[in-house]
Every structure is written in C-alpha cells, then in structure tokens.
Design a protein around this ligand. Sequence first.
Ligand SMILES: Nc1ncnc2c1ncn2[C@@H]1O[C@H](COP(=O)(O)O)[C@@H](OP(=O)(O)O)[C@H]1O
Ligand SMILES: [Mg+2]
Length: 252
Amino acid sequence: MNLEQLSEDCMTIAIEAGHAILEIYKQDDLGVEIKSDDSPLTLADKASHEVIMKGLLEFDYPILSEEGKEMSYDERKDWTTYWCVDPLDGTKEFINRNGEFTVNIALISDGKPVLGVIYVPVKDTIYIGVDGVGAKKGEDGILDPIKVKWRDDNRIAVRSKSHANPAEEEILEKYNVTDAMSVGSSLKFCMVAEGKADVYYRHGPTMEWDTAAGQAVVEAAGGTVYKGNTEDELFKYNKENLLNGSFLVLGK
Ligand SMILES: Nc1ncnc2c1ncn2[C@@H]1O[C@H](COP(=O)(O)O)[C@@H](OP(=O)(O)O)[C@H]1O
Ligand SMILES: [Mg+2]
C-alpha cells in the first residue's frame, strides 16, 4: 500500500467534496433535517458523502461513513484496512455559517489511522497526515510541512465551540494551559498539528469518524492522541461501539 499516492487521491476527492458542500452553503435553504440521534443533517452532508463514496470506490477497501448505511460490529469486526469518513464534520457550524466545518477522510489499518486528509472548504485549506512520512498543510496550491509545538509554559488549548464540557477544565489546568480557543469540528486537531495549540482535551462524546483523520494528521505532525485523560493508552479504532470516549491530544 503506497500511502503517499493514496493521500494524493484523497486530497482530490476531499476538495471535490468540499466544492459540493460550498454549492449548498451558497444557497438560502441548507435543507436541514434532524436525524434519529437528534443531530442535524443537511443537503451538504449528503452531497459530500456521495462524492466521497464515488471517489473511494476504485480502492478496494470497505468504507465507514457517518452518512453511509449503518454497519453492525459483525459486518466490520474483521476489517483490517478501511476508510473512515466524515463527509461534513461540524454540521452545527455549517448551519451557523461560521465556516468552521471540514471534510474528513482517513484510512485505518489495524485500529490505527495511518492516513488522514482534512479539507476546510471556506478557507480552501487542506491538511494531510501520512504515518511514517509526515504532515503537510496546503494553501494557495502550495503544500508545506507542519509540526506540533509543545510550549514550556503558557500552553494553549483548543476546545469545541458547540460541545465543550466543564470537566475539561481540570485537565487543562494540569497541563498549565493559560489560553483556550473555541473552534468547531476537526479543525482542533489541525491547530495542534500546526503548533497553534498544545492541547485538545475532549470530555464529551464524539464518533470515530470525527477523530480518525484528525488523529492521522496530528500524529504525523509529531503529536499523540491518548484514550481518556492520561498518557497511558493510545486511541484505537473499529471498536464494537463507534462512540468515542474522552480523549487527549498533545503536541508532543
Ligand atoms: N451526543 C453526542 N454523541 C455523539 N457524537 C456527538 C455528540 N455530540 C457531538 N458529537 C459529535 O461531535 C461532532 C462535532 O464536534 P465539535 O463540537 O468539536 O465541532 C459532531 O460531528 P458532526 O458535526 O459531523 O455531526 C458529532 O459527531
Ligand atoms: Mg463529525
């Protein structure tokens, strides 16, 4: 498997999906519905999902997408390598029209995200992480390497804009965080990956597709994603329950 070649194809697919999202973002009616789990869904989530499914079809790996058909653990438990996709992460931010939403494509191998692409449609910016190779950020058609930062003191945290939890404060204090920024979607992982923040601790629930591409990007940039709120166990994928527990992202 040539991850670098695959990452180029994923970039093209993510950008095309982002353009489909922007077409809908321009319209007055975003076609908002509420899903059975009470979370919002728009025409853009569906359009992006269609573009990504079509694009990834040529690669012979199964696909787990937030907007795809529900997949029981029995159906996916033997997958060794698969795509984990969030066609539009930060749907609330999309509906609020603040630009803080992303397209996320990750390749998982043996429970670890080994490739991740995150596209930010409104900024036309892309982040790529390839295990064993490194992470890059693309702006104005130029890709530059990015690296995490671990400040000696006055550390900076990123937190969810829509789902921050007071239980996060204790951990931020433990890491000497003196400043926190609220940002929507997987952009938080990107901010740690490019050294704009040192820490992202998430106490509340997310799904595996919300974190897979972000974890690949931040780890390829030199960071680490841990399960829970300690530095003991790495964060793994294709769990029986796709609901993530709390996790800790550090720029080291
Ligand atoms: N109660 C809940 N259960 C599961 N996932 C939740 C959740 N509340 C929020 N999320 C996840 O958090 C994501 C948004 O993260 P953030 O708050 O960092 O922007 C959502 O992604 P989507 O917007 O793709 O649905 C959603 O998957
Ligand atoms: Mg999401």
